[in-house]
Write a protein that binds this ligand. Structure first.
Ligand code: FAD
Length: 269
């Protein structure tokens, strides 16, 4: 087994190009579970632990979040809480402080677990991932990065280096529904962000990836309960739901109608 700890993004992408089979380790919260459960074995590992440039968090203009920024930092950072409260709320909703102290932004996006909190808010906030490889770098909106259950559009040698979130022009609301315990993953995850008078509602954790329906959002009349109800019913209708131990498909369909309506009323107030 080999374990390498490069100190720069350049060194990481070179190492990945030489050995695309090597597994990137960020916080290790997801990988640790897979290894302990015997679901993942690998000979080669590349740790991002010592790559200082990936830990940068900058809030001048747009928010730039390095891939190794921990959830807990986004939850507590004063600028993030003040200017991007929806982002702070979505990361604060993850698990427990113990997990949030370790889990990273790059990790939650790359593992693309459907039952995650941050993706719906990142999509609603029009966030973009910056991705690097030896071929250069590219930017991909989060809604295109996550393609399905545990799958992304990342090439096997690519690394997420940072996430860029535009400065908000309006309020944001994040609603997480837990069905088992306070530290549980979401049964449904609804983010609503207002941008220049229009709303973007994104529903996650109920299907293989986050869903956004621009045509439904375009009908929104702020503060109008009937409008919020109709949009909620539209989201409930259009998504193909999954059954899991956090709720049946039928339950989730009903919950989404209510959670979307509540998010729209909350973001109007
Ligand atoms: C007990 C527990 C409870 C949890 N509850 C919640 C919850 O309520 N809500 C929620 O949203 N999440 C929850 N999670 C999930 C947790 O947030 C994820 O495990 C975490 O975000 C993964 O981050 P990590 O840095 O630990 O990733 P790692 O485990 O290090 O990596 C995850 C995957 O991403 C890849 N990877 C990591 N970084 C990069 C990168 N920069 N570029 C490319 N690939 C990369 C790795 O190779 C691996 O495949 C929970 C996890 C645990 C253990």
């Amino acid at each position: 087994m080999t374990w390498i700890q490069p100190t720069s993004v350049d060194a990481v992408v070179r190492a990945r190009a030489e050995n695309p089979e090597a597994i990137i380790v960020a916080g290790g919260t997801f990988l640790g579970i897979l290894v302990r459960a015997g679901m993942l074995e690998a000979d080669d590992w590349i740790s991002l632990q010592d790559v200082r440039e990936l830990t940068r968090l900058q809030s001048l203009g747009d928010l730039s979040i390095g891939a190794m920024v921990r959830h807990r930092r986004l939850e507590l950072d004063e600028d993030v809480r003040g200017i991007w409260p929806g982002i702070a709320a979505a990361f604060r909703a993850v698990a427990s402080p113990r997990v949030r102290n370790v889990a990273t932004v790059g990790g939650v996006l790359a593992d693309a677990d459907y039952a995650s909190d941050p993706p719906s808010m990142l999509v609603a906030s029009r966030a973009v991932a910056e991705i690097a490889s030896v071929r250069g770098s590219r930017r991909v909106p989060i809604e295109e990065l996550i393609t399905g259950h545990y799958s992304t559009c990342l090439e096997e040698d690519e690394l997420i280096t940072r996430v860029i979130v535009p400065r908000p022009q309006g309020p944001a609301v994040y609603r997480k529904l837990r069905t088992r315990s306070q530290e549980d993953r979401p049964s449904s995850s609804v983010a609503a962000v207002v941008h220049q008078g229009t709303v973007r509602v994104v529903v996650g954790a109920v299907s293989d990836r986050p869903h956004h329906f621009a045509d439904l959002c375009a009908t929104w009349r702020p503060g109008n309960e009937d409008s919020a109800r109709e949009i909620g019913a539209g989201y409930a209708e259009r998504i193909e739901y999954i059954d899991d131990n956090r709720g049946s498909a039928a339950y989730r369909r009903r919950v989404v109608a209510v959670e979307v309506r509540r998010a729209l009323m909350q973001v109007s107030s």
